[in-house]
Design a protein around this ligand. Structure first.
Ligand code: SF4
Length: 184
């Protein structure tokens, strides 16, 4: 046991001491980046780090988001062509979401929206479809009222939630260029 531990320690020291090759993201490049323009969400899913830990709730100012997009583009080795909004947090809450989508499009990026789908009012659907994101991904997480009520931490009823998502799906013809993904 003692020999094994000291071998591990020696190995760790060797790793730390080893001269790590300098890596520059510009050389490596990347095609997709996720940008969390807000960490605010109207749900409180059981597993979500925001529900569990709570950080200070904040949305990026639109200028900050534009700057972040510029930097992501600059560091992506000219290969970045997909911007994902968001990873966590609910992007439809952001007051300047549509301007940010437009800005990303002007930088020749495609946009993927990842949303919990609960804010699809008629007005929101109109604005979202007008902004033409290339992908809308809806994180369902629960496929029954029971599952939904037990894990998602929202006062919205499951029936209402499904109705709002169905309202988006009914507009299929209006967003022929947009891919809709339901993700569980
Ligand atoms: S919908 Fe997403 S961001 Fe919101 S609480 Fe659930 S996992 Fe977290």
């Amino acid at each position: 046991m003692g020999i094994a531990r000291s071998a591990i320690q020696r190995h760790q020291i060797n790793l730390i001491d080893a001269k790590a090759p300098q890596m520059d993201l510009k050389d490596l490049g990347y095609r997709m980046a996720s940008l969390e323009i807000t960490n605010i969400c109207n749900f409180r899913c059981q597993w979500c780090p925001y529900t569990l830990g709570r950080t200070l709730e904040r949305s990026m100012k639109k200028e900050e988001a534009f700057y972040a997009i510029d930097q992501l583009k600059k560091c992506g080795g000219g290969q970045l062509n997909y911007l994902e909004l968001n990873l966590l947090g609910e992007p439809l809450i952001h007051p300047h979401l549509f301007e940010i989508i437009e800005y990303a499009h002007r930088q020749n990026m495609k946009v993927k929206i990842v949303t919990n789908g609960s804010l699809f009012s008629a007005e929101m659907i109109d604005k979202l479809l007008e902004s033409r994101p290339e992908i809308i991904k809806i994180s369902l997480q629960a496929l029954s009222a029971e599952g939904f009520n037990s894990v998602r931490g929202t006062p919205i009823s499951f029936d209402e939630y499904v109705r709002r998502i169905a309202n988006l799906i009914k507009r299929r013809e209006d967003y022929a260029e947009t891919i809709l993904r339901l993700f569980n």
